[in-house]
Write a new protein. Sequence first.
Length: 443
Amino acid sequence: PARAMGALVSFNCCCCNGDAELWDEAAFGRKSVILVHGLASCALQTKVAPSTYRGCALPCSNAVGWDLTWLSIEEVITGAQRFRNVLELRNVMGVRKDGTPVLSTGNLEGVSVRPYPGLEGIARLNPGELIEVPVWLPLIEAMAPVYRLTPGSYDWRRWGDVVYMEECVEALRAKVEQEHRVTGRLVSIFGHSMGNSLVIYVLSVLGTEWTREHISELVLVAPAVMGSPKQVSAYAHNPASTVAGLPNGMSLPAPVEDFLRRCMDTAPSMASLLPMRVGGVSCFPAHHVFVKTPSRSYMIDDMGHYVQDLQQRLPAGRVPTAKFWPMIQEEFHKIKAPAVPTHIFYGSEHATVSQVTFRSDDLLATPEVSATAPGDLTVTAASIEALAASWAKQGRAPVHLHMGPRNKDCQEHLGMLKSEWFCRHALAVIEPGPPGCNGHCAH
């Protein structure tokens, strides 16, 4: 086994012959379920213009047209420099729907990036390769015999870019309305980790009436809507180690971390996962200190100062997403409690980072973990419970908490999504189909 993307996963030999049958089966069902992935949990394809050089790679890895990049084991081995460089973003000026010019992101010149199409792009991070890295595959296999499944895929690097966030609103609206028309039934949405931030934000923008006309319920797995204390270290110091799901206090070798950080630090999504208020409400204890230095402490309302201090004290270009932080906060202030029944699945069996400490005020060295709290290795259980309590207090719709069994794999951030326990219980919370439906109803 190897640890990848925040969960213990087995790298198994991939037998893709049955996949076509699985995708066909998932195209039918009593109602539609949209699956929305989290950070780094959707495969990405890239296309590089023929005249563009984006790093050294072996000739055998050169491809014409769209090529699997994230997370291609073949690409990492044969073209590591290009793998990193084509995923890098640059800051550009964009325009919001209302015509307001704002800072946005774009791919490097000569590079195009898109989510891998279809369920294949979220079932595994490296579809079609011999050694598979499964993510949503167990849930898809469990649900396909009964439900019509479709991915809510997006470029997870760009979440937190307000121009792209507006595009996500329209994309998810169109997908939900299409599925509603096809089945004639309300749609269920499953989200994981950062994907839940996208779902809740989009529904808050679209409003209560639209949500209740199209959505039956939400199933949120390990939601990171309120941010993660672990992210205060990952944001500018060890993002690759965090995405790889290494245990507390462990990091990738410094040269590897430095190599990968160059592209990961350009993603606004890394800023969107810092602890913050959601709809004006903090989900963390009053006066909780997330970051300590010899001269000061940073609490929930100090995250903006923390980002500014990182930008000022780290080498130039090390914190390219600092200017996105105020815009992200403003957008997350719009978030409201869901207007439809919501089921939250979470864990508490793992010691999860709740505070880090820098030994020096220069903030140069990677901080040390100085406090932990029960959670799933990424999100603290108490913050999820506080989020649920806040939503329940708003009284817009029932909110149900589901704690996994005391099995550490079932309670880990990504392992939970792939666990047999979750696959079984997720089916139980979805609105049932019409009487006599055998799972493949005609619509």
